[in-house]
Design a binder for this molecule. Structure first.
Ligand code: TYM
Length: 326
């Protein structure tokens, strides 16, 4: 049995270094080891308020930045969720075995329904079932995601198990694959995760170097290390970024200075900013090149949807047969 990787990202306007370190970097590595599917999940994105006139641009930009960051269309299948209607078909079928109570307790549902109090729609509630369908449609067993998605992958496992028990062995129970930095916190508010909905909290992969530097220099830290006190969340977050973007000796040097109480955060931030700019510059440049070739980008997504659909249709036929619908 081939090992398949599946993951997805919402087309919500920009991709930040939290997405990159939590998920995209792992996708890029895993694609050379396993058969890989990467989906731009537009049907998930419409469960929150959005601007329809921007959706096609956001989908295009999501494709561009992910390919620029290293997703290789020659080895990975990259496609848009709504181009493969079997995603919503399987979601409906899985809805019939998804426990309401469990969906009510989903952290992301609870958080988002607090945020969009006026706008709690059934799509937001069923969001994790669609996510399970995304993964199970391809019988994927490895799902690289950030920590905030782990609960959804656990639900996916449970739905796979329940389906297998009820209708006969069909699905793998997929596992979340967490990176070394699965939860990047906001730069302006390090007690909340980095998010595109919190201005000042993120660095976008396509940000100009001046903006990247400015965001890092403004990042919240503390007044300095104090003996006996744990490291503040802002400083810890900068160290995590440094562990991902800077050479090990740079990280170790600042850790040593922190332990000795001799650290100067302004210097640490300057060094980190240079290393982040160095890492993001080739991605930004590749994205600019790709954006100038829209036909090529659309072709990647068209080819991806054809390939994904062949597999998706096979799974739907198998599932409907098992459920007595064929
Ligand atoms: P989305 O679009 O919010 O985020 C895409 C990926 O980025 C990760 N991520 C982070 N990782 C570390 N630190 C952060 N601050 C941070 N913010 C985001 C997310 O965990 C995610 O891996 N529901 C999913 C999309 C989805 C999906 C799927 C994922 C739909 N179907 C099937 C995997 C498999 C989401 O909203 O991701």
């Amino acid at each position: 049995m081939v090992t398949r990787v599946f993951s997805g990202i919402q087309p919500t306007g920009l991709v930040h270094i939290g997405n990159y370190l939590g998920a995209i970097k792992a996708w890029v590595e895993l694609q050379h080891r396993y058969e890989s599917f990467f989906c731009i999940v537009d049907y998930h994105a419409i469960t929150a308020p959005y601007d329809p006139s921007q959706m096609q641009k956001n989908i295009f930009d999501a494709a561009v930045i992910n390919v620029a960051a290293g997703l290789d269309p020659r080895v990975s299948t990259i496609f848009v969720q709504s181009h493969v209607p079997e995603h919503t078909e399987l979601a409906w079928l899985l809805n019939s075995i998804a426990p309401m109570g469990r969906l009510t307790r989903m952290t992301q549902f609870k958080e988002k329904s607090r945020l969009f109090r006026e706008e709690i729609n059934a799509g937001l509630f069923n969001y994790p079932v669609l996510q399970a369908a995304d993964i199970l449609l391809y019988k994927a067993s490895v799902v690289p995601v950030g920590e905030d998605q782990v609960q959804h992958i656990e639900l996916t496992r449970d739905l796979a198990r329940k389906f297998n028990v009820t209708f006969g062995d069909t699905f793998h129970e997929p596992e979340a694959h967490l990176s070394a930095a699965p939860r990047i916190m906001g730069l302006s508010d390090p007690d909340r995760k980095m998010s595109k909905s919190i201005p000042g909290s993120y660095i976008a992969l396509a940000d100009h170097p001046d903006k990247v530097r400015q965001q890092i220099l403004r990042a919240v830290t503390d007044a300095g290390p104090e003996t006996g006190k744990p490291m503040s969340s802002g400083t810890a977050n900068l160290f995590i970024l440094m562990s991902q973007f800077s050479p090990p000796e740079t990280y170790e040097r600042f850790r040593r200075e922190y332990n000795e109480g001799a650290i100067r955060y302004s210097e640490m931030k300057r060094v980190l900013a240079d290393d982040v700019v160095d890492a993001l510059t080739p991605i930004r440049e590749a994205a600019e090149d790709l954006a100038a070739r829209p036909d090529y980008v659309r072709q990647i997504l068209g080819d991806g949807a054809c390939k994904a659909r062949r597999i998706a249709q096979r799974t739907i036929v198998e599932v409907k047969l098992k459920m007595g619908l064929l």
